[in-house]
Design a protein. Structure first.
Length: 318
């Protein structure tokens, strides 16, 4: 599978938004929200547009909108005392902003959980308290619920672990058990020249659960894993539309626009002082995708829209 590499470009976008509180004194100056993006590629632009729309709809109806763009990987990022919140899109922007001395919160979005935990582990306690994250990863509970909806009779899930996902073993087992699955796990050595670990997991599994770990589903191995699973008649549940297009039967993910919508809602909550104790949040919005051609080759009929509605109903139920 080809993965396009984009050059690093930092974009700084300033929104002038009025204070998002129940009571604002007359004459109170507007509060600025700065958005810093790791890239200028289309997905990041989609997220920025959705974030802007969410903030404008909630806080600045009729108010002026100011856009400031700074280009170049070495562009300095100043910490403006008039800014009430920074939103960092992507891991590079998150790392750049969290390394700055500041008194305001940074919200990191479009960041994988494992990458954010690495960044947060290097922060001082004071800086960690001023850093929040909206994970790009879908909650494990949501993933196993979707697999249960798609394959109600499946008993055994298989998953390959890399260095990042290996730390999640207890959480993975708990989530699978809660949905009635037996989970078969194996650690894959990213430098191993063969696929014996993969073949062993496929032999014992009915569905392969793809986890967002670059040691496993990286550029070098992802296509071979999808092809091997198809040949072994084991459908794959993936975490991005690219892998669904490449051959996974089912996918669960947040599009850039959905990330932007979630980030806008969370930004407003943060401005109101509503913080979770550990400052980390999973995506509220999601999309389900089905590769109908590959599903048909397995003799399966899956409807992405139906599955998405069913999953939302499950999450909405008490």
């Amino acid at each position: 599978m080809r993965v396009r590499a984009w050059p690093l470009c930092l974009l700084v976008t300033l929104w002038v938004v009025q204070q998002a509180c129940a009571q604002v004194a007359p004459g109170t100056p507007p509060l600025r929200v700065a958005v810093v993006s790791s890239q200028s590629s289309q997905p990041y632009q989609q997220a920025i547009r959705a974030l802007r729309q969410g903030l404008e709809a909630a806080t600045v109806r009729g108010q002026p909108f100011q856009l400031v763009q700074l280009d170049g990987p070495d562009t300095p990022i100043s910490v403006d005392g008039r800014i009430g919140l920074y939103v960092a899109l992507g891991s590079q922007a998150c790392e750049r902003l969290t390394n700055k001395p500041r008194q305001v919160t940074v919200l990191c979005a479009m960041v994988p959980m494992a990458q954010f935990e690495k960044i947060r582990s290097r922060l001082s306690p004071a800086m960690a308290l001023q850093t929040a994250a909206l994970y790009l990863d879908q909650p494990l509970s949501r993933q196993v619920r979707l697999m249960r909806l798609a394959w109600p009779n499946v008993k055994r899930l298989g998953a390959l672990l890399g260095s990042q996902s290996a730390t999640q073993q207890p959480a993975l087992r708990d989530a699978a058990r809660a949905a009635g699955f037996e989970l078969i796990l194996a650690k894959r050595d990213k430098d191993a020249p063969d696929f014996r670990t993969l073949f062993d997991v496929l032999e014992r599994s009915e569905v392969l659960w793809a986890l967002p770990d670059p040691d496993v589903f990286g550029v070098q191995f992802s296509y071979n894993i999808l092809l091997a699973a198809w040949r072994k008649r084991v459908p794959v549940m993936a975490f991005s539309p690219a892998y669904v297009n490449a051959g996974a039967v089912l996918g669960l993910f947040a599009t850039p626009a959905l990330v932007g919508q979630d980030a806008a809602a969370l930004a407003l909550s943060l401005l109101r002082g509503q913080l979770l104790p550990d400052r980390t949040y999973h995506a509220r919005l999601f999309e389900v995708s089905v590769n109908t051609t590959v599903a048909a080759s397995f003799g399966m009929t899956l409807d992405a829209q139906v599955l998405q509605l069913q999953l939302r109903a499950l999450e909405a139920s008490p």
